[in-house]
Design a binder for this molecule. Structure first.
Ligand SMILES: [Zn+2]
Ligand SMILES: [Zn+2]
Length: 172
């Protein structure tokens, strides 16, 4: 049973500033989140809602044939990928990072960096967002970027092939 009191349900020592609109417990400033509709919720209820919304989003996405069907889904990651490469070239120019002497390594690293945004798009589709502390959100994004680095190189050719089949071959 959840006890309604003037204290936060999750932090017994803290004063409640609001009540969760869904489960009704008292919540302190640290535990309160405002959803997209501006309704005050506690963290667990807020995250539950985000998870549900993400599920709906994924369902809609798959009903529309999944990711990488529209040109915009290719253009935006491509632009970001190019910007990453430009940043790399600038960093090399100013000696912030050292340029690889090996041509093949240079191309491979450039390709891996270029494909990060493509991997990121896929991870964003897979992982439901979450209300969290700023440190945890930053940490989460860093982990997603790392993950994108590992999957981007295979996502990119997949995206190109899928786009080609759906928009060029099947439309003829
Ligand atoms: Zn709640
Ligand atoms: Zn609290």
């Amino acid at each position: 049973m959840k006890i309604q009191a003037s204290g936060c349900y999750y932090h017994s020592g803290k004063l409640a500033v609001a009540t969760c609109s869904k489960c009704g417990v008292g919540i302190c400033r640290d535990c309160a989140v405002k959803n997209n509709q501006g309704i005050m919720l506690c963290y667990p209820c807020g995250n539950e809602q985000l998870k549900e919304e993400h599920k709906q989003y994924r369902k809609q996405l798959s009903e529309h044939g999944g990711r990488f069907n529209k040109i915009s889904e290719l253009v935006i990651p491509t632009i970001i990928g190019i910007l990453i490469i430009v940043a790399k070239i600038v960093a090399e120019h100013y000696g912030i990072i050292t340029q690889s002497d090996n041509g093949l390594t240079y191309i491979a690293v450039s390709y891996l960096l270029f494909t990060i945004p493509f991997g990121f798009v896929v991870l964003e589709d897979l992982i439901a967002p979450k209300y969290d502390s700023l440190a945890n959100i930053v940490n989460r994004y860093c982990m997603m970027l790392l993950g994108a680095f590992f999957i981007g190189w295979i996502v990119f050719p997949y995206a190109l092939i899928k786009f080609f089949i759906n928009n060029i071959m099947l439309k003829q």
